[in-house]
Design a protein around this ligand. Structure first.
Ligand SMILES: [Zn+2]
Ligand SMILES: [Zn+2]
Length: 179
């Protein structure tokens, strides 16, 4: 299934989504250095339901992995409704659409990982955990969507300032913050 997105810049592209069932015999077991199982909902309730993974999300994670030769781990990607509810996710969480991943990397701080996500993964929606980050490929309208979770190493204003600077550098200082 490909979601319509004509006229939007590439970064707002919602991307094609792969839909499959866990119960189906997988012919695909690995994607880059990730395993398909890393992306699926870990609960048992949805073994027979469709799982969704956004291809833009996957390619962003693979670009991060390749750029830094990073051993990136995925702690949560697609979530079915029941599991999302059980872990306290928002009812409109992008994890429900296969657009989001919570990731970590041994030996890298959450902030370092966030910068790598911005620069190499093309992520513009980034949440800071104590040990890792949330990234997602919800449509992006020019502004960074930056937030944090309890225990994160930085408060939101500091985190936003650092990430805005990174983005300005990335855009060669032509970035118009009003957009
Ligand atoms: Zn599930
Ligand atoms: Zn998340």
């Amino acid at each position: 299934m490909v979601r319509g997105n004509a006229g939007l810049p590439y970064t707002a592209f919602n991307g094609p989504i792969v839909i499959f069932k866990k119960s189906a015999k997988f012919h695909v077991v690995s994607i880059g250095k990730f395993k398909l199982v890393d992306f699926v909902c870990p609960c048992k309730e949805c073994d027979n339901e469709y799982q969704k993974i956004n291809l833009d999300l996957i390619s962003g994670l693979i670009r991060m992995q390749d750029a830094g030769k990073l051993p990136i781990g995925i702690s949560s990607c697609y979530r079915c409704k029941a599991y999302n509810h059980a872990v306290g996710g928002l009812s409109n969480s992008p994890h429900l659409d296969g657009l989001a991943a919570d990731i970590y990397c041994v030996g890298r701080s959450s902030l370092e990982l966030a910068k790598i996500a911005l620069i190499y993964g093309g992520f513009r929606n980034i949440g800071l955990f104590k040990n890792g980050i949330h990234v997602d490929k919800r449509p992006w309208k020019g502004r960074l969507r930056i937030w944090n979770y309890p225990g994160a190493e930085l408060a939101v204003p500091e985190f936003r300032e650092i990430m805005n600077k990174e983005l300005e550098q990335l855009n060669g200082n032509t970035f118009n913050q009003g957009n």
